[in-house]
Design a protein around this ligand. Structure first.
Ligand code: ADP
Ligand code: MG
Length: 327
């Protein structure tokens, strides 16, 4: 991990990287193949093949200028955090970095199974079983425990940023998108947080300090969605969603958790706690009987979305969050 001299002392951003930034042509070393893999506000991700090896990768094209501001620093922070987590198998690996006049291109390990989002909102036969969720949540926690041990918070844990190495058969987790991530040592302020409100912890809404516990809240939301296909705090609009979060208004009824074990519900309850200090840590979660116990009997298929009242929105239409905070 970088030492503190490599830190931007104001806001937990890391400013030194190890990767060589290539300025030769990305296009002469890679062929773009297939359609876009994904797209966010400032990035587009495309599948590519390295000409020299024939290996598949995902290229994330990040615009350096956003809303008229130079955001190179943010991209360098994203690269530095990816580098610091390269020893963990559940964090996507970074192969190469290119820079053009307008963009920085991250050549990443290709996660062929796509976002777990798709299976969270899928019909019965494609939805996760509880056994799948146990295995995947263990992997997510193992990656996040590694980040947290190294004082890194992800701050954007949601199904669109959790990918699979393959979908059928169900592969392994790759955590992606370190665009909002910060190093916690020396964090004095976090100025702007953009994300999807459904997964955001109450302390963010209340302008209180963020910590590793902030990620743990999102993992609670994530486990809820993976097991039920429903987003626990999603309201009709942003205001209602925020109110549901700040009141920790969660439905744990049998209706929603049909066919899901009590241990799973108990696990979620250790995370969806308003006080960040009382939430379980990643290490504690890995010791929870739901994840550490002997394999449980098959819990049966998850309820279909036809029966469910509301389903999580697609990433494009999801309510958007912009918070200006100063700690
Ligand atoms: P943003 O910061 O714009 O959200 P992400 O890093 O989350 O960018 O990438 C956007 C989307 O692109 C992801 O949600 C995912 O669908 C796809 N994607 C990103 N990285 C990979 C990858 N390594 N392999 C396959 N798909 C990817
Ligand atoms: Mg993303």
């Amino acid at each position: 991990m970088p030492d503190s001299s490599m830190m931007d002392n104001r806001n937990g951003m890391v400013s030194k990287i190890q990767s060589r930034i290539r300025t030769d042509s990305f296009k002469s070393n890679y062929d773009l193949v297939g359609k876009e893999l994904g797209r966010g506000k400032f990035a587009v991700v495309k599948k590519c093949v390295e000409k020299a090896t024939g290996n598949e990768h995902a290229a994330k094209f990040l615009r350096k200028r956003r809303k008229g501001e130079d955001c190179r620093r943010d991209i360098i922070n994203e690269i530095a955090i990816l580098e610091s987590a390269k020893a963990n198998p559940f964090v996507v690996s970074l192969h190469e970095v290119y820079e053009t006049t307008s963009e920085i291109i991250l050549v990443l390990e290709y996660a062929a199974g796509g976002e777990i989002f798709n299976q969270c909102v899928a019909d019965n036969d494609e939805a996760f079983t509880e056994k799948d969720v146990i295995r995947l949540v263990r992997q997510i926690l193992s990656g996040v425990a590694y980040l947290h041990r190294n004082n890194v918070v992800h701050l954007d844990m949601k199904p669109q940023n959790l990918l699979l190495t393959s979908s059928r058969p169900l592969g392994d987790i790759r955590i992606v998108d370190f665009g909002l991530s910060r190093r916690m040592d020396n964090v004095k302020e976090v100025r702007e947080i953009l994300g999807t409100p459904e997964y955001v912890a109450p302390e963010i809404l209340n302008y209180e300090p963020i910590s590793t516990a902030t990620d743990m809240w999102s993992i609670g939301v994530l486990a809820y969605v993976m097991l039920t296909g429903e987003s626990p705090f999603l309201g009709e609009d942003k205001q209602e969603t925020f109110l549901n979060i700040s009141q920790v208004n969660v439905d744990y009824s049998q209706d929603v958790f049909e066919g899901v074990s009590n241990l799973a519900v108990d696990f979620i309850k250790t995370l969806l706690i308003k006080n960040p200090r009382k939430r379980a840590t990643a290490e504690e979660c890995l010791q929870h009987p739901w994840l550490s116990g002997p394999p449980q009997p098959h819990a049966g298929l998850l309820p279909s979305l036809e029966e469910a009242e509301s389903e999580p929105e697609s990433p494009d239409s999801a309510q958007e969050l912009v918070i200006m905070a100063s700690y």
